[in-house]
Design a protein around this ligand. Structure first.
Ligand SMILES: N[C@@H](CCC(=O)N[C@@H](CS)C(=O)NCC(=O)O)C(=O)O
Length: 237
């Protein structure tokens, strides 16, 4: 049982201390949903290798009862398996599969376009020790070596395409209150995490104020407002 009802979370942060990674955002929401407090350890990219057992390369990582658990999906499964009497993050194996698919779909169809608009914002918001690494690694891993200033050029012109890429989600939400059905769970937290990521770095609002998506987005953000309504987030509309 987690000591003091608290789980330690290594949190990937920007220079203002705000969480960056969509994987960490969803893990924060997962820990809250299980009814635990979060002992967040702010961690820049440059420090990931020094945390926990010294073997980690990515965040999130949690520590619970002396165990070190990486990977947001594995963490959610661990929390459900270890604490089955607390609110569930998934109702079935089918939901876990659905979440993995939906997450991949978001990365391929929405996040990819947004990242091309926000990557320079990420550099500018990064902790000082991360700035060079983020600029170089993102330029080479994601944008075929193109200068980031060039990648984000004319980003406002891409807003209509980005809004349209969310149409399947808008359509889906006409038929269900939550991605998870009648009540939110890790499916909704995963979806929300992509918007929290966008709000953590994005200086260009990309949603219309009248977007029907706000119905779900606002309800989802209100589930754990201490996490999702952080004042440091940039407006999405
Ligand atoms: N599958 C992992 C992915 C974690 C991941 O890729 N985290 C990124 C931050 S968004 C990271 O730590 N990257 C380290 C780096 O780029 O050096 C999960 O679900 O937690």
């Amino acid at each position: 049982m987690a000591g003091n009802n608290t789980i330690k979370l290594y949190d990937l942060v920007l220079k203002n201390g705000l969480t960056l990674s969509p994987f960490v955002w969803r893990t924060k929401l997962a820990i809250m949903h299980k009814g635990f407090d979060i002992d967040a350890v702010p961690t820049p990219y440059a420090k990931i290798k020094t945390i926990a057992d010294g073997k980690q390369t990515r965040l999130p990582v949690i520590e619970d009862d002396g165990k070190v658990i990486p990977d947001s999906f594995d963490i959610a499964v661990y929390l459900d398996t270890t604490y089955p009497d607390r609110p569930k993050l998934f109702n079935s194996q089918g939901e876990r599969n659905y979440m993995r698919f939906l997450d991949q779909w978001m990365f391929a169809n929405v996040v990819r376009h947004l990242f091309g608009c926000f990557v320079l914002d990420q550099v500018e918001h990064s902790c000082p020790e991360d700035v060079d690494y983020i600029r170089e690694s993102r330029q080479n891993w994601f944008f075929q070596g193109r200068k980031l200033e060039y990648v984000v050029k004319d980003r406002e012109e891409r807003i209509p395409e980005i809004r349209k890429s969310l149409d399947p989600i808008r359509e889906h939400l006409k038929n269900t209150k939550w991605f998870a059905g009648d009540a939110p769970n890790q499916l909704d937290f995963m979806m929300l995490s992509h918007f929290l990521w966008a709000g953590s770095i994005g200086t260009m609002p990309f949603l219309a104020k009248t977007d029907p998506l706000w119905d779900w987005l606002n309800r989802a953000a209100d589930v754990y407002p201490d996490v999702s309504r952080d004042k440091r987030l940039h407006p999405l509309a």
